[in-house]
Design a protein around this ligand. Structure first.
Ligand code: AMP
Length: 582
C-alpha cells in the first residue's frame, strides 16, 4: 500500500512526503482507512516505534476543520516528553494547514501561558492527564465540542495511576465522541476503559501482543553481584559508539549508577523521580543533542521517552514484571533500525531470564562480558576510524605549526602516530592492565544478600586510571638499568622493536637484549622509549650496522620479535609533502 491509497487528502499527503515517509507502516496501513471513516471507536494494540502517532495523527488532521476555532480533538498521553513529541508530530502532519493550532498542555510548565494558547482557539489539544484536569477545574478548557479523544499509551497511563483522571476527563466529553485507544498491552484496566467508554470498537493488533521488534538482539551477561557495576562499564567501553539507555530498578540505584559513571569519566545524565522539572528538561536536552551518550533511568521516569536511534538498552537490573522488559527494550530499534537489549544478572538470577523468555517470547542469548583485550582492540579500531574520518583544516594548523613542530620534531612520524593513538588507548590499557575475567557461573555465589559492589576487580583509580601506579612502575623500571639520561652526543640511528611493557620488556631488559645480541656496549645505546607493546632505541651511528645483521629477529621470553630501522622523517617534512599533494 502507498499513503495515497489510504484515502488521505492532498494537504496531508504533501506533509507525509515532506516528512520523508514513503510507505505506511503496518499500523498505519490498517488503522488510517478505518479512522478516516471515523464511524467507530478504535483500539490499536501497538508499541511505540511502530508509527502509531501518524496512524492516528494523520486522520486527526484530516478530520479537523481549521476554520472553526474550537477544540475538536483531544490527545491524552502519559508524560510531558510524549506530549511534546506528539505535538511536534501533529504539527508536521499539519504543515500545509496554515490555520492549524495544536496546543500541548502538560505539568511543570506555566499554566497561564497554556491557558492563553487554548483561548486563542486550539483545534487539537495534546495533554497529560493531571494538567488537563487542572485546566478543566479552572474552567480554562471546554471539552463539549470534542469529537475525538485519543488515549495514547493507555496502559502506561494506568500504570502511572491516572485511572481516576482519565475517567474524570472522559466524563467531560460528549457521549457522541469517538475514542481511539492505543496501548502496547491490554491488561484488565485498559479493557475496562474500552468497555466503559467505547461501543463495538474496531480492534487492530500489530504483531504479537507484547512482541518486540525482530531487529532487537537480546543478550544477557552473568557476573557476581559485586562485579555488576564493573561489568556495566566493560559493556559500555566495548561499544565506543553507544547511545544508550540504562535501566535501574530504583531511584537510588539510578542516582548511584549515574554518579559513579560520571565520576569515572562517562558522559551521562539521569532521569528519576527525585529530579525537578528543570533538571529533567536539562537531562533530556543533553541526551537528545548527544552531549550525553548515556541516560540512566528508572522505568517510570523513562516512560514515554521518545528518542530515536538509541543503540543499546541495558538492564542494569532486570525489572520485576516481564512486561516492563518489553517496554524497556522497545526503546531501541525504532523506525526500522536495529538495536541491542542487554541484561546484567548475578549468578542467582537466571530464573529471571527464563521467565522473561517465557512471557515475552524472545530468546535472550548468553554472552560473555568483554575482556580487557576485546575492549582495547575495539577502542583502538574506533579511534583509527575517527582519525581517518577527521578533516584537516590546513589554515588552522598552520597557525600552530611552529609550536607543534618545536614539540614534536624529535619524534619520527611512526612515533607520533603511535603516541596519538596511545593518548586514547592508554586510558583503557592502564585501567584494564590487571583486569580479570568478570564472567561467573550460575550458582557460583553463595545465597544471602547481595553485597553491593565492594571489591570489584576493575578498580582502577580515578579517570579509568591507575595512572599514579603506572608512573611508580616506570620509575622502578628505570632503576633496572635503562636509565633516563642516555644521551648520545654524536650521530645516531633509531630502531623500532615490537616488544613492550605488555611482554615484560623494560629499558634495562632491552639494553641487555641489544648488547648481548650484538656485542655493542651499553654506552653506545642512546635513548630508550618503552611503550605498551613496542619500543624504540637509539644506537651510535658508528656501530649501528651491527644491529640488523645480528639481531633483526629473535625471541624474548618465548615471544618472537623483529627490529627495524625507525622512519626518521621529521613531522614537518611529512606535513609539507601532504600539503603539496593537495
Ligand atoms: P511512533 O511509533 O509514532 O513513535 O513512530 C516511530 C518513528 O517512526 C518516528 O520517528 C516517526 O517519525 C517514524 N515513522 C512513522 N511512520 C513512518 C513511516 N511510514 N515511514 C518512515 N518513518 C515513519
Amino acid at each position: 500500500m502507498k499513503f495515497k491509497d489510504l484515502g488521505l487528502n492532498s494537504s496531508v499527503l504533501k506533509a507525509v512526503e515532506k516528512l520523508g515517509y514513503e510507505t505506511p507502516s503496518e499500523i498505519q496501513d490498517k488503522a488510517i482507512p478505518v479512522l478516516l471513516k471515523g464511524e467507530q471507536d478504535f483500539v490499536g494494540l501497538a508499541q511505540t516505534g511502530t508509527g502509531k502517532t501518524a496512524a492516528y495523527g494523520l486522520p486527526l488532521i484530516q478530520h479537523a476543520d481549521f476554520s472553526i476555532n474550537h477544540t475538536q480533538s483531544l490527545v491524552v498521553c502519559p508524560t510531558r516528553e510524549l506530549c511534546m513529541q506528539i505535538t511536534k508530530d501533529l504539527e508536521g502532519f499539519a504543515k500545509f494547514e496554515s490555520k492549524a493550532n495544536i496546543v500541548p498542555v502538560y505539568g511543570g510548565a506555566r499554566i497561564d501561558e497554556q491557558i492563553r494558547r487554548i483561548k486563542k482557539g486550539a483545534h487539537i489539544v495534546v495533554a497529560t492527564p493531571g494538567r488537563l484536569l487542572d485546566l478543566i477545574n479552572r474552567n480554562a478548557i471546554k471539552l463539549r465540542t470534542v469529537q475525538r479523544v485519543v488515549l495514547d499509551e493507555a496502559d502506561e497511563m494506568l500504570n502511572m495511576g491516572f485511572k481516576e483522571d482519565i475517567d474524570a476527563i472522559l466524563e467531560q466529553t460528549p457521549t457522541t465522541k469517538k475514542v481511539w485507544l492505543f496501548s502496547a498491552t491490554m491488561p484488565k484496566e485498559v479493557r475496562r476503559i474500552a468497555k466503559n467508554y467505547m461501543s463495538d470498537p474496531v480492534e487492530i493488533t500489530i504483531g504479537v501482543q507484547n512482541s518486540l521488534a525482530a531487529n532487537i538482539e537480546h543478550q544477557y551477561f552473568m557476573m557476581k553481584e559485586k562485579d555488576r557495576y564493573y561489568a556495566l562499564k566493560r559493556i559500555i567501553d566495548h561499544y565506543p559508539d553507544i547511545f544508550g539507555l540504562i535501566f535501574c530498578r530504583t531511584r537510588r540505584e539510578t542516582g548511584s549508577v549515574s554518579e559513579k559513571l560520571e565520576k569515572d569519566g562517562y558522559n551521562v545524565v539521569s532521569l528519576h523521580g527525585d529530579l525537578s522539572q528543570p533538571q529533567r528538561d536539562a537531562a533530556m536536552r543533553k541526551f537528545r543533542d548527544r552531549t550525553a551518550k548515556i541516560l540512566v533511568a528508572t522505568d517510570v521516569a523513562a516512560r514515554g521517552l521518545d528518542v530515536d536511534e538509541i543503540t543499546h538498552v541495558i538492564h542494569y537490573n532486570l525489572p520485576d514484571e516481564a512486561e516492563n522488559y518489553t517496554h524497556r527494550s522497545g526503546r531501541t530499534a525504532r523506525a526500522g533500525k536495529s538495536g541491542l537489549s542487554l541484561a546484567l544478572i548475578n549468578t542467582r538470577e537466571i530464573y529471571k531470564i527464563n521467565q522473561i523468555e517465557r512471557v515475552v517470547k524472545v530468546k535472550i542469548n548468553y554472552t560473555r562480558i568483554p575482556e580487557a583485550e576485546d575492549i582495547c582492540e575495539k577502542r583502538m579500531y574506533a579511534m583509527m576510524d575517527n582519525v581517518v574520518k577527521t578533516q584537516v583544516d590546513d589554515e588552522a594548523i598552520e597557525r600552530y605549526w611552529p609550536v607543534i613542530y618545536e614539540k614534536l620534531q624529535r619524534f619520527t612520524s611512526d612515533e607520533i602516530v603511535m603516541k596519538f593513538i596511545s593518548t586514547e588507548l592508554n586510558t583503557f590499557l592502564d585501567y584494564y592492565k590487571n583486569a580479570g575475567n568478570l564472567n561467573a557461573k550460575e550458582g557460583e555465589e553463595k545465597g544471602g544478600r547481595d553485597r553491593g559492589d565492594r571489591g570489584g576487580r576493575d578498580r582502577g583509580g580515578r579517570d579509568r586510571g591507575g595512572r599514579d601506579r603506572d608512573r611508580g612502575d616506570r620509575r622502578g623500571r628505570d632503576r633496572e638499568g635503562g636509565g633516563q639520561n642516555r644521551n648520545l652526543s654524536g650521530p645516531k640511528e633509531k630502531y623500532f622493536i615490537n616488544l613492550g611493557e605488555k611482554m615484560n620488556m623494560n629499558k634495562g631488559a632491552l639494553l641487555r637484549l641489544i648488547c648481548t645480541g650484538t656485542g655493542i656496549s651499553s654506552n653506545q645505546i642512546g635513548r630508550i622509549d618503552v611503550q605498551r607493546s613496542f619500543a624504540f632505541f637509539e644506537v651510535d651511528a658508528a656501530v649501528s650496522d651491527k644491529i640488523l645483521p645480528k639481531i633483526s629477529e629473535g625471541t624474548y621470553e618465548g615471544k618472537t620479535f623483529t627490529i627495524a630501522p625507525s622512519d626518521n622523517k621529521s613531522p614537518k617534512s611529512d606535513y609539507k609533502k601532504e600539503n603539496r599533494r593537495r
